[in-house]
Design a protein around this ligand. Structure first.
Ligand SMILES: C[S@@+](CC[C@H](N)C(=O)[O-])C[C@H]1O[C@@H](n2cnc3c(N)ncnc32)[C@H](O)[C@@H]1O
Length: 274
């Protein structure tokens, strides 16, 4: 059970962040002049997302997404913002639209956010934990080259979305997951985030992602009978930052320069697949 002091710090922190976010445009034009115009830090402030001055994600996004900037592609973000208020949210969708001038931006939310649709921004209503819904949007609007999970942040939802969507992400695509701090929270905010104080609990988002890291080197395993997983074969790099991770999709088949190229069999099914 978190101490009352910890809870108070959490709520005060939220109040400060929300106030800063509301002042975003003013902040962008005055205090935050240092961020070059058109940079993602600048755009995050201008469009009042919490992706910069609350979380400091924008610089990481800029680094990882820069190569897509002039491309024509589809981006999907889970979590539009504003929760049940139909005309509130869409801040990050507008930021992505400005950053990627040729991309089609899709935002998925459990609530109807269609009031926020505009040219190159389309919202889709459904749960990030609903496999059929996720598959249907990829069928209809995909393939996606970038997927960002900024939805419920419940570990179970994060992992379910990843299980369904990562295999459907384009080769060469990037899957980003925000707010991984919930991996360490059981009920800090009165909600059960599906996290744990146990740093080895297998069901948290962070521990699942950590379990993928060895797979980058699966071709170096000495066991000839090892059956690679889908993730072993299709993740080429993983980048962790404070509360944020990027997973790059591609063929992880360089072969071992010592042991050769031995793993030609089909991969083992994802143990979490239904
Ligand atoms: C943190 S806000 C998104 C903020 C937005 N991405 C931004 O940066 O401006 C999270 C959103 O996720 C939505 N959400 C919560 N549970 C969800 C679920 N199971 N599936 C899809 N969206 C969900 C909420 O309604 C809320 O609008």
């Amino acid at each position: 059970m978190p101490s009352p002091l910890l809870r108070t710090r959490y709520w005060l922190g939220n109040l400060r962040d929300n106030t800063l976010a509301r002042l975003g445009r003013l902040y962008a034009l005055t205090v935050a002049k240092a961020a070059p115009e058109g940079s993602l830090v600048h755009l995050a402030r201008y469009y009042q997302t919490d992706k910069q001055d609350k979380h400091f994600y924008a610089e990481h996004y800029q680094q990882h997404f820069q190569k897509f900037r002039e491309r024509k592609f589809n981006l999907l973000e889970i979590g539009v913002g504003g929760h049940e208020k139909p005309d509130v949210g869409g801040h990050s969708l507008r930021m992505w639209k400005a950053f990627f001038p040729h991309a089609q931006i899709y935002g998925l939310d459990i609530f109807d956010k269609s009031a926020l649709d505009e040219p190159r921004i389309k919202t889709l209503k459904g749960s990030q934990a609903d496999e059929q819904f996720l598959k249907s949007i990829v069928d209809q609007y995909g393939p996606f080259d970038i997927i960002i999970d900024d939805g419920s942040h419940y570990c179970q939802h994060v992992l379910e979305s990843f299980r369904v969507l990562f295999p459907l992400l384009s080769d060469g695509g990037i899957y980003a997951i925000e707010d991984l701090q919930t991996s360490y929270w059981e009920n800090l905010t009165g909600e059960n985030w599906g996290g744990s104080h146990d740093l080895n609990a297998p069901f948290t988002s962070m521990n699942f992602l950590k379990s993928l890291v060895d797979g980058l080197n699966f071709e170096e395993y000495v066991d000839d009978h090892y059956q690679p997983t889908y993730y072993d074969r299709n993740i080429v790099s993983i980048h962790f930052y404070h509360n944020l991770a990027f997973l790059y999709k591609g063929k992880n088949n360089e072969g071992s320069n010592f042991l050769g190229n031995r793993f030609w069999k089909d991969e083992r099914p994802d143990p979490r697949s239904k």
